[in-house]
Design a protein around this ligand. Structure first.
Ligand SMILES: [Mn+2]
Length: 452
């Protein structure tokens, strides 16, 4: 049974999301983090930093065994830590000779052990299996990370309750591996709930397990599983700096349903308009609460449904008639991923309407804007899926004024004494970067429109 443990932040920790056998990417990430391979084969950091894996280091991907061997050796040498996880637990019980069905990529671990046996014989294989089993069974349900005696963070695979932190029981171990159960699905499988909304204690909870495209910090919880094995990124969160370091990976899993694509689809779900009709409040990151009265909401929703651009394509409303917002996507698939539509360039006025109309004139304005953007950015080599500019209307043309944001961050920060319009624009952009739902972004757009 796993038992929780306390570890000191010491000279720094690099916490790693689900590796799932993506060993090539893991080695690249180690290099990017500054680890160097010593003559004895171990990877060490010149500053004495240590590695902490959130589990699920194997299954689904191509090199599970190498990943298991890496952690087995580095944990023993005191250079790394690893916590328990759902795949880890399954493999541990399989190695322990229990009757388990290997599925969801666990069968690939068995294949690798069979390969190993063909090469090294059954005696060596049994010894290896014993070592790996022990490592997996020794993994605690979670680690509490302390800095000079104060708990600053918790590392856990799938989730934790505040009252479980630092405690142990089979029930707690189960919760940490799989997350909470809130019901039963139609197929008989347990329905998992969102535990992050119940986290109120001060520690930062770092978790993985549930792949999502970006590492978002929400209410002092941060998910660092960016679906490496599904073609996303392999992520490291560095403590104490909270810096995120990533390497791109490939879709090794080739799953019928790709969880990263599923995430984008879910975020584009049509908003529940009803919730705004009686007025609403927008809470911004700066702590401001912006109240919107019910008057005019119905007309505004009618405007956005019938005359403005599709909601997915509006990030924020420019504050006056002279300005426009210009959103450009790297390519068709990026545009489709974020908006569900194929338009590469969107020019939006202060009413949320498209400035670039169809027809010949519209085409030449689009061409002009693409030329302006390409003068400063090579879109084919862009790391981000999109770029957002502020533009100024100049007769029939548009001049690009500022680069406001990209998928990776906001270029302009909000100044003290910003207007409500500016604050709402900034909040909408921040929500887009955090990959929040269209509904959460449109809330800002709607408020900005109503409070003009
Ligand atoms: Mn998992």
């Amino acid at each position: 049974m796993s038992e929780p443990k306390w570890i000191e932040l010491g000279k720094g920790l690099d916490i790693i999301g689900d590796i799932h056998g993506c060993m090539d990417e893991w080695l690249l990430l180690l290099e990017k983090l500054g680890y160097k391979q010593s003559a004895d084969g171990f990877y060490r950091h010149p500053e004495g930093r240590k590695i902490l894996s959130l589990g699920d280091i194997m299954s689904r991907g191509p090199r599970s065994l190498d990943s298991l061997l890496f952690f087995e050796a580095h944990i023993k040498a005191g250079l790394a830590y690893m916590i328990d996880s759902n795949h880890g637990w399954k493999i541990a019980r399989w190695l322990d000779g229990r009757k388990v069905t290997l599925a969801h990529g666990d069968e690939r671990v068995e294949e690798e052990f069979l390969d190993y046996e063909r090469q090294h014989g059954s005696l060596a294989t049994n010894r290896l299996k014993e070592r790996i089993k022990n490592m997996l069974l020794d993994a605690p349900s979670h680690y509490v990370i302390q800095d000079n005696g104060a708990s600053v963070a918790v590392a856990v695979h799938a989730g934790i309750r505040d009252d479980y932190i630092g405690k142990q029981s089979p029930k707690i171990a189960d919760y940490c591996r799989y997350g909470p159960v809130v019901g039963v699905q139609r197929n008989g499988k347990p329905k998992r709930g969102d535990w992050t909304i119940h986290h109120h204690s001060p520690e930062l909870i770092i978790w993985g397990h549930d792949p999502r495209p970006v590492a978002l910090e929400v209410q002092r919880t941060i998910n660092i599983d960016q679906g490496a094995v599904f073609g996303g990124d392999l992520t490291a969160l560095r403590l104490p700096s909270k810096e995120i370091v990533q390497v791109e990976s490939q879709d090794y899993a080739q799953a019928a349903i790709n969880p990263l694509e599923e995430w984008f689809e879910k975020r584009r779900k049509a908003p529940a308009f009803k919730k705004w009709l009686n007025g609403f409040t927008v809470q911004t990151e700066t702590g401001r609460e912006i109240q919107v009265e019910p008057t005019g909401v119905l007309e505004a929703l009618d405007h956005f449904s019938n005359r403005a651009l599709p909601l997915e394509q509006i990030v924020y409303l420019p504050t006056d008639d002279k300005h426009v917002s210009v959103l450009v996507f790297k390519d068709q698939s990026a545009a489709h991923r974020w908006t569900g539509l194929s338009d590469l360039l969107l020019v939006v006025d202060s009413q949320g309407c498209a400035v670039v109309s169809k027809g010949k004139e519209g085409e030449s304005l689009k061409k002009h804007l693409f030329e302006l953007i390409e003068q400063s950015q090579d879109l084919t080599r862009l790391e981000s899926d999109w770029l957002l500019y502020e533009g100024v209307m100049a007769g029939d043309n548009i001049q690009l004024k500022n680069l406001l944001a990209s998928e990776h961050g906001v270029e302009l920060s909000i100044k003290n004494g910003a207007s409500i319009q500016q604050e709402l624009a900034f909040e909408g952009i921040k929500r887009l970067i955090r990959l929040e739902t269209v509904e959460r972004i449109h809330e800002c757009v709607l408020a900005a429109y109503l409070l003009k």
